[in-house]
Design a protein around this ligand. Structure first.
Ligand code: NAP
Ligand code: MG
Length: 403
């Protein structure tokens, strides 16, 4: 078989520890035999970030803006222990945070469903994608503890020095106060990313907040979503046969539990934080959760939702066998290659990405899986394999599918 040719390079962001090992194996076993892979390579491994004073992360984000599609391996976010372990000159920031800030993006997380692993909510037969707004609200708050009574006010000073004040509370005793904010531009970016992603996936979009209680703050989110929808997406949604609907967050929670899945649930920052943990746990495993960062202008960065699986890496270094699940990382590659194929009009690349995903799911449904899934699967013929054997089993099925 002739290898599939690419025209535009994919931005490849390598990472750390066990996922870095899997990264190379995925390429060797599942990609390079079939695709004439064209990437612009950035090593975001912690050693390289230290060596370049983290410039490599910034460069990789810039390259993503230039080419439009990236695939990222999990990376270490340094803490005090990592500073010592790697002899770092600085506690470098989370690469994900840097990339997210550069692309002003929204993160979409979607579980991968397989036969044999039943969600804790058995009616969830299709995936629920959580889109979390990643700016502001309580994550950029300002808070105060106050004592002995007094008056708390919100005060805004405009450019001309004119003040607008509103009473928060007249305290008669001790208490607490919090100030939060968001920006119209950030909310608009979030809305655009959600509408574009819904069209891309041809799935309904739900958005919820608490505008009945928060009549200005949450209501602004609702208004911005509707204004943008009416002006730019209403007809496209109708043509795609999908729906956008807004409801109250408590009503959304009740509907989500009763639903069969198969839609995108856009959440404000705090709701997204809480609900994404609930949704991913209910579907079974973090190793089966894909994640894609989408910018308001339609730039895509694909990754796995889990970390570098440090504990497995130390076993690997000691020469012990590991059984690490590579599914989310494989799907990051297939997602990125498919998107590249769509943008460049290379249908063979899209077809390859579909077959790679099908071969991965078929392997697990045939009963061959890594240790984390082995504990969850209800299949009777299940067999636990090591990290590399799992990829080789997928490789056999992929090779057969591609003829
Ligand atoms: P983690 O790498 O997600 O792993 C936590 C545990 O979850 C593992 O020890 C393992 O459990 C299980 N697990 C996660 N992914 C798995 C997989 N693919 N296959 C099998 N089991 C899996 O989180 P962490 O240990 O808290 O973090 C390690 C490093 O990752 C940290 O330095 C952190 O900064 C970084 N991190 C990066 C990202 C990212 O780049 N997107 C996200 C999160 C964390 P058992 O040990 O019980 O088998
Ligand atoms: Mg959380």
């Amino acid at each position: 078989m002739e290898k599939i040719k690419m025209t535009t390079p994919l931005v490849e962001m390598d990472g750390d520890e066990m996922t870095r090992i899997l990264w190379q194996w995925i390429k060797d076993i599942l990609i390079l035999p079939y695709v004439d892979l064209k990437t612009e390579y950035y090593d975001l491994g912690l050693r390289k970030r230290e060596e370049t004073k983290d410039q490599i992360t910034i460069d990789s984000a810039e390259a993503t803006k230039k080419y439009g599609v990236a695939v990222k391996c999990a990376t270490i976010t340094p803490n005090a222990a990592r500073v010592e372990e790697y002899g770092l000159s600085e506690m470098w920031k989370s690469p994900n945070g840097t990339i997210r800030a550069a692309l002003d993006g929204t993160v979409f997380r979607t579980p991968i469903l397989v036969k044999g692993i039943t969600p804790y909510i058995p009616t969830w037969t299709k995936p629920i994608t959580i889109a979390r707004h990643a700016y502001g609200d309580v994550y950029k708050n300002c808070e105060m503890q106050v004592q002995g009574g007094g008056k708390a006010e919100l005060c805004f000073t405009d450019k001309n020095g004119r003040e607008t004040r509103k009473l928060i509370h007249e305290f008669t005793d001790d208490g607490i106060i919090q100030g939060i904010h968001n920006r119209d531009a950030s909310i608009s970016g979030f809305a655009h990313a959600c509408f574009k992603y819904a069209l891309d996936r041809r799935q309904d979009l739900w958005f919820a907040s608490k505008d009945t209680i928060s009549k200005i703050y949450d209501h602004r989110f609702k208004d911005i979503f509707y204004e943008i929808f009416e002006a730019e997406y209403k007809e496209k949604f109708a043509a795609a046969g999908i729906e956008f609907f807004y409801t109250l967050i408590d009503d959304a929670v009740a509907r989500v539990i009763r639903s069969n899945g198969g839609y995108i649930w856009a959440c404000k920052n705090y709701d997204g934080d809480v609900m994404s943990d609930m949704v991913s746990t209910a579907y079974g495993s973090l190793a089966m959760m894909t994640s894609v960062l989408v910018s308001p202008t339609g730039i895509y960065e694909y990754e796995a939702a889990h970390g570098t699986v440090q504990r497995h890496y130390y076993k690997h270094l000691k020469g012990e066998e590991t059984s690490t699940n590579s599914v989310a990382t494989i799907f990051a590659w297939s997602g990125a290659l498919r998107k590249r194929g769509e943008l460049d009009g290379i249908s063979a690349l899209c077809d390859y990405a579909d077959k790679l995903e099908q071969a991965t799911i078929a392997t697990i449904e045939d009963g061959i899986m890594t240790g984390d899934l082995y504990l969850l699967s209800k299949l009777e013929n299940k067999k636990k394999v090591n990290s590399r054997e799992f990829l080789e089993e997928i490789g056999k099925r992929l090779s057969a599918a591609l003829g």
